[in-house]
Design a protein around this ligand. Sequence first.
Ligand code: ADP
Length: 623
Amino acid sequence: MSTTEPEIHTFQAEVKQLLDIVIHSLYTDRDIFVRELVSNAADSLSKLRHLRLKGETLYDESLPAEINISTDDAAGTVTIQDYGVGLTHDELVENLGTIAKSGSKAFAAALREAKDNPADTLELIGQFGVGFYSAFMVAKEVRVYTRSWRSDGENLCWTSDGSGKYRIETTEDTQRRGAKIVLKLKDDAKEFAKEDRIKEILQRYSSFVPYPVNLNGKRVNTIEAIWTKSPSEVKKEAYAEFYKFQANAFDEPLQTFHFSADVPIEINALLFTPTQNIERFGFGRMEPGVALYCKKVLIDPHPRNLLPEWLRFLRGVIDSADLPLNISRESMQDSALVRKLSKVITGRFLKFLGDEARKNPDNFAKFYETFSIFLKEGATSDHEHREKIAPLLRYESSATEPGKTTSLKDYVERMGENQKEIYYLHAPKRSTIENGPYLEAFKARGLEVLYLFDPIDEFVMNHLGEFEGKKLVAADSADVALEEAPDAEGEPLPEEEAKALCGWLKERFGDRVESVEASRRLVGSPAAALNADRFMTASMRRVLKSMNQDTGAGPSVKLEINPRHALVKRLFALKNDDTDLAGAVADQLLDNSLMAAGLVEDPREMAGRLNTLLERLAGSAKS
Ligand code: ADP
């Protein structure tokens, strides 16, 4: 049948790996190939619809937007055919021979890791749309007959047995526009050539396919837009089934939010949060997953400009009868209507999360654990919704037990009358904060401090600036003015002497510190380095350094010393008696403070000095 010599191509290495896994270790739920191929056919029909709306000239213009499936028991084949966009020669190579998406290497690696756990593998396959290759679970040979919508397209046939190579040839058959995928079934998969078996699979989800699906010439689906129904009419199972279809997922939705509104615009929305955050696995950014419909007609399965970027983890459908049916991807960006839609839905979803936090705290905790990173991204990037996101944030604090969290609202309710600000400290873990020099001053004064474990949390605090009119302030910042601790113990160094010691230290440290002052905030620690730069915090420096960005000059810190601390009092005497030793002790005191602040960049310099100090200590112990 071929008119030209067939071209033999080799699959990209990642596809080969993938095929190997698909073929050899995915025997748990082979039914999914039907869903995958029908989804591809539906996507193709949606793409065609877009081209038509844009006024493109389409080859084979007047074909119905439908999906046809046929089974041939005698021949042992099943065929899935659509009148969609079809593929050109280059598209066949690009789309069926390579995994074009970024992160494909990471994906292949993750698949290898998940190999021993079929459930994980299936989930990954679903999340990453290796859909087409699922055909090789059941087929010993796959053929794709196709004709592109483009006027210069050819009649092509792509063939592969999944073993590493594929063939492309032109055919003389007059082909209709679109794609026809013929699966020659493996001996142990012949069941899929039976009409009843395919029908049973299609019945499970084809009502969600937004186009007619015909099996051996008979329509099998009535299109059911469950998002237009009233929530009381929809069963939990139907939501789950729709989620799986719409998100191409294998898990159950973690949260389901179904609502409608008439003002300011007419909306029917059905939103889901998945159970997994796949960005966590290192696969790069998720595609937005809330499809846009107008009166049950699919406008765009992945609209980029519909919802704020940080809501890209959501799956589901938004249907608005007020949208013009012919809205194009380009015009969506600057449509006032789309902006209004986005605002209403984001607001409603945030309100839903707030309700969930109250009514369903366990489920909300699960959501928060998995998706809070997106809320935080929103708090730092979405000026419009920042204030509504803030009440959803949760942190451990000096008032919570380890592992338990508080909201900012509850923090504010616990604040004493005289407390004007909300305090926080950042470190990777609770014990670092609790053993550091900063917390004690706040504890001694009965002031609660939020514990921030993630570097992004500091950005969040900086962007929020305040909560319910209370400023959010880093507890290690030099800006925090604290009253004298009520129960400060021990005689402090007299003021004159403390002043002299500070002067001596400042002279010794030079530019390494901005100032040295006797402090009333410290309780049990001899000294603390306070951040004098509100923005260039220790974690900000680390983040910038990890991106090879310039952090400017050294850290800008103010050193505070505790005039009641024995070491400080001793140092005052020592600086006159033994200047060398006093110098080494002072240097170490500064380094210890910087270390506690996370600001020591090269601790090796300390080693020599510490040895000298230890030698002196050992010497005095002997005498
Ligand atoms: P995904 O659908 O997630 O992109 P697939 O592996 O299922 O991944 O398909 C890869 C690509 O092949 C699709 O993105 C699409 O460009 C193309 N493709 C698959 N099936 C069809 C079809 N029926 N018609 C046109 N193009 C198709």
